[in-house]
Write a protein that binds this ligand. Structure first.
Ligand SMILES: *Cc1c(COP(=O)(O)O)cnc(C)c1O
Length: 406
């Protein structure tokens, strides 16, 4: 590839070209039966995705946002509850909490993993809440509302530290709903169980998104809830289909939130390649790390804890002069992104929660310095070298505090 060819942030075209024949066959099969909603394609995908995630059940829904909302409601989150998550995530996490009728609240992230800091969660539960061991109810001191669930986000494909989160959830009677929308196939080493566990198999339930750019993406919208809990799976099936327990018998008011058959068929085709794609992403992450280390770059690379097998939905680094680095890379036709520039507690949409700058300092500092580099399974080594070269040239040296100490 020539030196000044564009390096995209993601390449969604090549994998579809490679799978074109199989994907078109899915469409033809759907046309042949006009089975567009539900049916064997959806059921087949649900079986295979549950197996892939080491979960007993998977229920296909219309998006990751609906997956989160349905999982929260099915796990017993009621209107008026407080649900905890992190301020560094896509807004869909908190939208789903609000749509379930609850009020989102935040605990800060760990500076290295960018995921929920279990110690901050502990502090929140111990200082902001009162627990009644008799009723096993946890109530927020100043809001006076029950705190009923926690949503750790496996951001960038990096697992949240689940052991301590699950342990606290157990102690304080909180439902854990994993936001695994960026983490299809990521794994966590549970010390408690002494084995590796898949994202989406650890909480009471988990939500996945199949938005086209995710590690497993549809050719349109899609999502899934995974769970080992039969009752939760049944409720999510009801919620996605107007609260029906059978046709035209509505136990509750539900939603139009189904996964359609063509998308399910497409996802079945792609699921067969997911493990290989994730391995490529991990390989590219290793390569980026190696090149940055060799160049002694003034950057902080992603940190993968020993208990995490990340799937690198995104490869995110920290630089001191982010805007300049992005501009320099843009000049060399290298696309970058920021995930995410404004923490949720500082978004206009959440001004009503009353948070000010400084409320979640770890997240706020990260949000000023993070930049996401091109990352997708087909990324070439030559392009990675070009990206690293450009970053190294542009990243400012501001002293030894900028060098990662592991
Ligand atoms: C993509 C994403 C969602 C929402 O998924 P949609 O399918 O777009 O509704 C939720 N949470 C996170 C962390 C995401 O990245």
């Amino acid at each position: 590839m020539s030196q000044d060819a564009k390096i995209p942030f993601v390449d969604l075209v090549t994998p579809h070209r490679e799978l074109q024949e199989e994907l078109v066959d899915v469409f033809k099969a759907a046309l042949a039966t006009a089975g567009f909603i539900g049916g064997p394609m959806v059921e087949g995908f649900e079986r295979e995705f549950a197996l892939y995630c080491d979960a007993k059940h998977s229920v296909g829904v219309s998006s990751g946002t609906d997956a989160l909302r349905f999982a929260l409601s099915a796990a017993g989150v009621n209107p008026g509850d407080v649900v905890l998550t992190v301020p560094l995530t896509f807004i869909a996490t908190t939208e789903a909490i609000s749509q379930a009728g609850a009020r989102p609240d935040f605990v800060d992230i760990d500076a290295r993993t960018y995921t929920m800091d279990p110690e901050k969660l502990r502090q929140y539960l111990q200082t902001q809440c009162v627990f009644d061991p008799a009723t096993r109810r946890l109530v927020h001191r100043t809001l006076g509302k029950p705190v009923t669930a926690v949503v750790p986000v496996h951001l960038y494909g990096q697992m949240a530290d689940m052991d301590p989160i699950l342990e606290m959830a157990e102690r304080y009677n909180l439902a854990v709903i994993e936001d695994a929308c960026q983490a299809h196939g990521a794994e966590y080493f549970s010390k408690k169980e002494n084995c590796w566990r898949k994202a989406g198999s650890m909480g009471r339930a988990a939500a996945f998104s199949f938005y086209p750019g995710k590690n497993l993406g549809a050719c349109g919208e899609g999502g899934a809830v995974t769970t080992d809990d039969e009752a939760i799976a049944r409720k999510v099936r009801m919620f996605r289909d107007h609260g029906q327990s059978k046709k035209y018998y509505h136990d509750v008011e539900g939603y139009n939130g189904r996964l359609d058959a063509i998308q399910a068929g497409i996802l079945r085709v792609k699921l067969k390649h997911l493990a290989r794609w994730n391995e490529s992403r991990r390989e590219h992450a290793r390569k980026y790390n190696e090149l940055f280390a060799a160049a002694e770059a003034n950057i902080i690379p992603p940190f993968e804890a020993p208990w995490s097998k990340a799937v690198y939905h995104l490869y995110v680094l920290q630089v001191e002069n982010r805007e300049a680095v992005q501009a320099d890379l843009a000049k060399e036709k290298i696309d970058t992104g920021i995930h995410y520039p404004v923490p949720l507690h500082l978004q206009k949409a959440y001004s009503g929660l009353g948070y000010k700058h400084g409320a979640f300092p770890v997240c706020e500092k990260a949000a000023e310095r993070i930049v996401s580099l091109p990352m997708f399974p087909g990324l070439s080594e030559a392009d990675q070298a070009r990206v690293v070269h450009a970053v190294v040239r542009s990243a400012k040296y501001t002293g030894p505090q900028n060098v990662l100490v592991v």
